[in-house]
Design a protein around this ligand. Structure first.
Ligand code: IMP
Ligand code: MG
Length: 372
């Protein structure tokens, strides 16, 4: 299935794949055929425009002789049912004495269905059956009978497989669902020794976010020998930096795996302005954005002291040499300075005092993140 798509001003995420639709259609056909029997020659009437694809697939599966027709009955503009339904157009067949099976794409409030019953119940048909591919039980307000239901779905707007959002989306093979939840996407920064890893993992659990660490993603792609992993490794083996394009693509793939989460914590990325720009571009494609860069601010002297202390027992050589420690800080500061400016311009930079015990720092971070 494809990824997030944009129709007009809205974003939609993959929801029900073509395979599942096919199964649902097949099941509906079986149910109708079993009830009507092989001798019955029904007339299927699709309600346009939404049901054109469903009706086409349905009748193609239907194993007995049948007639096919369409009528039009529009009740919808935009995302909300207006509650008003137009007249029926296009019915030219004489339905007298026939077994009529209505094929609806979706039943939402039931207003359209009420109108359908109004019209068809007064016709001298032999029997009237109603099939709908989708049904929203939470919004259905009528006590009208629906004979066959394909897939019951929650009260969320969907498009694809004939269904549209203001004219678009009907041609999609799969069903997509309106993406309305707003994610919290954070870029987390912190100098060496500030406990960024610890905080990221606490925040991730608390806000139900996905922790995206570029280092992790690199290692994972290389381990699993993905196409991008092999490509990245070829640069690394030569001692070259992996180009942004490759990194971004890996990142995007990772993000696409979890489109239903509350958000992401980006850790170790972006490192440059161009990476930050690329991140903005790919999040925008999904109707998302970075909400804030949260940086742990710690006085350097204090951290040097802390790291040297740690070096006495940790055995890490890079923690034992003050010059090396100061170098790491300088590198960190140069990097963050650029990004600080980038996010500051958008009003998205949040510095948080990174000194204190773990709980204190977490509390400060939460205070900032809660407002994002
Ligand atoms: P109802 O009259 O409220 O039951 O709405 C039925 C009509 O509304 C359908 O025939 C569709 O045209 C439209 N509709 C309802 N829900 C959706 C949706 O999620 N996506 C696209 N169209 C919808
Ligand atoms: Mg319709």
């Amino acid at each position: 299935m494809k990824q997030i798509i944009k129709l007009h001003d809205k974003f939609f995420k993959p929801y029900i794949g073509a395979d599942k639709l096919k199964q649902a259609v097949k099941r509906l056909v079986d149910e109708v055929y079993n009830d009507l029997g092989e001798d019955e020659e029904p007339i299927f009437i699709g309600i346009l425009n939404g049901s054109f694809m469903f009706a086409a697939d349905f009748v193609r599966e239907y194993p007995a002789n049948c007639e096919v027709s369409f009528v039009k009955l529009a009740s919808y503009e935009g995302l909300n049912s207006k509650g008003k339904v137009n007249e029926l157009v296009g019915l030219s067949e004489d339905l007298t004495g026939k077994t009529v099976v209505i094929l609806e794409d979706i039943i939402d409030t039931g207003n359209t269905l009420a109108k359908i019953y109004d019209i068809f119940e007064h016709l001298p048909v032999k029997q009237l059956k109603l099939v709908t591919l989708f049904f929203k039980p939470d919004v259905f307000k009528k006590s009208l009978h629906i004979d066959y239901i394909g897939i019951s779905i929650p009260d969320k707007f969907i498009v694809g497989y004939g269904l549209d959002y203001d004219g678009f989306g009907r041609n999609l093979k799969d069903i997509y669902q309106l993406k309305d939840s707003k994610m919290k996407n954070i870029v987390l920064f912190g100098p060496p020794g500030a406990g960024k890893g610890t905080q990221a993992s606490l925040l991730k659990d608390y806000y139900n976010l996905i922790h995206i660490s570029t280092g992790e993603i690199f290692r994972c792609n290389i381990r699993e020998k993905t196409e991008l992993g092999i490509l990245a490794k070829s640069y690394m083996d030569k001692g070259d930096l992996v180009p942004d394009k490759v990194t971004i693509e890996m990142l995007e793939k990772q993000v696409d795996k979890d489109l239903d989460v509350a958000g992401f914590i980006f850790d170790g990325f972006p490192r440059t302005k161009s990476q930050a720009e690329a991140l903005d571009v790919f999040l925008a494609k999904k109707g998302e954005q970075i909400d804030g860069m949260v940086a742990l601010e710690v006085e350097e002297d204090e951290l040097v002291k802390r790291l040297l202390e740690r070096g006495k027992t940790s055995g890490r050589p890079d923690d034992q040499n003050e010059t090396k420690i100061r170098n790491r800080f300088n590198e960190y500061k140069t990097k963050t300075e650029i990004l600080k400016e980038y996010y500051d311009k958008q009003g998205k930079y949040y510095g948080v005092v990174g000194l204190g015990n773990i709980d204190e720092i977490t509390r400060r971070l939460k205070k900032v993140i809660d407002q994002l």
